[in-house]
Design a protein around this ligand. Structure first.
Ligand code: ADP
Ligand code: MG
Ligand code: MG
Length: 249
């Protein structure tokens, strides 16, 4: 069934219209890859979905779990299960990784009518996940992303995802700058999180990650519009011919 339906979405950043009528249907339990040349609007689309304050929607709808979320606050969207990993995760000095995560998790639990986890309960959960991911335990005591290597930052995003258990996960170039071992590790963790109740939107420039995370659908974005939707065969065509096969350039 449908998790999110994006209808005729137009959005601008500043005075510039970047999304020019996006139509996209994203299904429950499926992995959707979004590809497209640099500047196509992929990151703007993800920012629009999470409600980033830089983006202004001028037309269209984002129907998520049956509700139009265009006017919903970003915090509310997160509570409703929308999660995004950022292309360039920010370092937040002084904010402890574990503290940040527990606050986010307990906000969500409260929203779901569940009782908050106390520090000990949370630590148990965190250690279990960290072990599963093969992360270093000391990472939880460091400030958020401070001094993390590229691979560690990505694993930290995966950790956040594992703890928060979102329903709609956007990964914007999670593969960028990862060596092959880190890419495999991140892909495995993502595959483990695939579930019939969850939707992934994986934004990428490169084919490699899609060899590990086999997407159910591939969408090609160009110039603020969806140029093509299909299966993995689209990626093969892109690999051979480049994005020009779907456009005039
Ligand atoms: P992609 O992720 O597909 O590479 P983006 O969504 O980052 O594309 O960018 C799409 C277009 O929007 C580009 O032309 C880019 O220059 C422009 N853009 C993105 N962010 C901003 C911003 N903060 N201010 C002005 N223009 C922006
Ligand atoms: Mg870009
Ligand atoms: Mg981008």
């Amino acid at each position: 069934s449908t998790m999110m339906e994006i209808k005729n979405l137009h959005a601008k950043i500043g005075e510039k219209e970047i999304l020019k009528g996006i139509d996209l249907e994203l299904f429950k339990g499926k992995v959707h890859a979004v590809m497209g040349p640099n500047g196509a609007g992929k990151s703007t689309l993800s920012k629009t979905i999470v409600g980033h304050p830089d983006v202004e929607v001028t037309e269209g709808e984002i129907i998520y779990k049956g509700k139009n979320i265009v006017d919903m606050e970003p915090e509310e969207r997160a509570l409703e299960g929308i999660f995004m990993s950022f292309q360039h995760p920010v370092e937040i000095p002084g904010v402890n990784n574990a503290y940040f995560l527990r606050t986010a998790l307990n906000a969500k639990r409260k929203h779901q009518g569940l009782k908050p986890l106390n520090a000990a309960e949370f630590l148990r959960l965190l250690k279990e996940k960290i072990k599963e991911l093969g992360m270093k335990e000391e990472m939880i005591h460091r400030s958020l992303n401070e001094g993390f290597s590229g691979g560690e930052k990505k694993l930290n995003e995966i950790l956040q995802m594992e703890i928060l258990e979102p329903d709609f996960i956007i990964l914007d170039e999670i593969d960028s700058g990862l060596d092959i071992d880190a890419l495999k590790k991140v892909s495995e963790a993502i595959n483990q999180m695939r579930s019939p109740e969850r939707t992934f939107m994986i934004i990428t420039h490169y084919r490699k990650i899609l060899d590990y995370i086999k997407p159910d659908y591939v969408h090609v974005l160009k110039n603020g519009k969806v140029l093509k939707t299909g299966g993995i065969e689209i990626v093969d065509a892109l690999e051979k011919e480049g994005y020009k096969i779907f456009g005039e350039e």
